[in-house]
Design a protein around this ligand. Structure first.
Ligand code: ZN
Ligand code: ZN
Ligand code: ZN
Length: 246
């Protein structure tokens, strides 16, 4: 058998009049007849195994072809980009001699903090702002668009990856200082059950079996959920917390 055509969902398409699966087992004799009368393909278990291996081969051949196409496209794009940048560099050297070196040098001699200050200062004038909108178009710096998180109630901007961290520190009034002897202490949060702020324990060497483990300063740490998608009753994170007052 050769490769088998599939529809867009990957379901194999057979022409049951011309497609033949022949096997010498007793079931094999019946399959051709049943396939003809029902317009569906009936095969014995041996035929199925053979077909499955053909379909697997077809699928993996397609995946391989897709992968190769993607790699080729990426390589082409990278080459185009490289060519474009070489052209740009030549253009810079011609039209703005020495300027690239001057800017590179200036940037290398300033801290990130100083550079941020200069940029913010530039945003105060018309010319400065015009230059900045060219360097930072909306694709790079989208306008502020905040929503509220259903879990922690904090406002956040889903367009900014670093803005998506959803976490709550252990609330002071739910934390209790614990002691082991007079030298070892730690805090225990009864909201989440975690131990943290260990003091007097060796950070190296063997942990004793009963020693608490530092589980960090947060009751939970995950990503925000937009208010409208949030279902408090089906949030395992909140269900693990004890928010009762006692
Ligand atoms: Zn068979
Ligand atoms: Zn906690
Ligand atoms: Zn949140």
């Amino acid at each position: 058998i050769q490769q088998v055509d599939t529809d867009s969902n990957g379901t194999p398409l057979f022409d049951t009049n011309s497609f033949r699966v022949v096997c010498s087992c007793p079931d094999g004799d019946r399959q051709q007849l049943e396939s003809r009368s029902s317009n569906e393909l009936y095969v014995c278990k041996h035929g199925k195994a053979a077909l499955d291996s053909v379909l697997d081969a077809t699928a993996s051949a397609k995946i391989k072809a897709n992968k190769e196409a993607a790699v080729a496209e990426a390589r082409l794009k990278a080459e185009e980009r490289k060519k474009y940048l070489i052209e740009q560099r030549q253009l810079q050297d011609r039209e703005m001699p020495g300027e690239r070196e001057r800017i590179h040098y200036g940037l290398s001699k300033r801290s990130d903090e100083d550079i941020a200050k200069l940029v913010k200062k530039a945003a105060m004038t018309m010319d400065g702002l015009k230059a900045l909108t060219k360097i930072f178009p909306e694709e790079v710096m989208p306008p502020k668009q905040t929503i509220r998180c259903g879990r922690c109630d904090q406002e956040y901007d889903p367009q900014i990856p670093s803005d998506s961290v959803c976490r709550e520190e252990h609330p002071e009034d739910k934390c209790k200082m614990m002691w082991d002897g007079s030298k070892k202490s730690w805090e225990h949060c009864r909201r989440c059950g975690k131990d943290f702020r260990l003091d007097g324990f060796h950070s190296w060497g063997k942990r004793k079996r009963d020693d608490p483990e530092d589980e960090g300063p947060y009751c939970y740490e995950t990503v925000h959920v937009p208010m409208e998608d949030y279902d408090e009753d089906n949030d395992p994170i909140m269900q693990n917390l004890d928010d009762s007052d006692y």
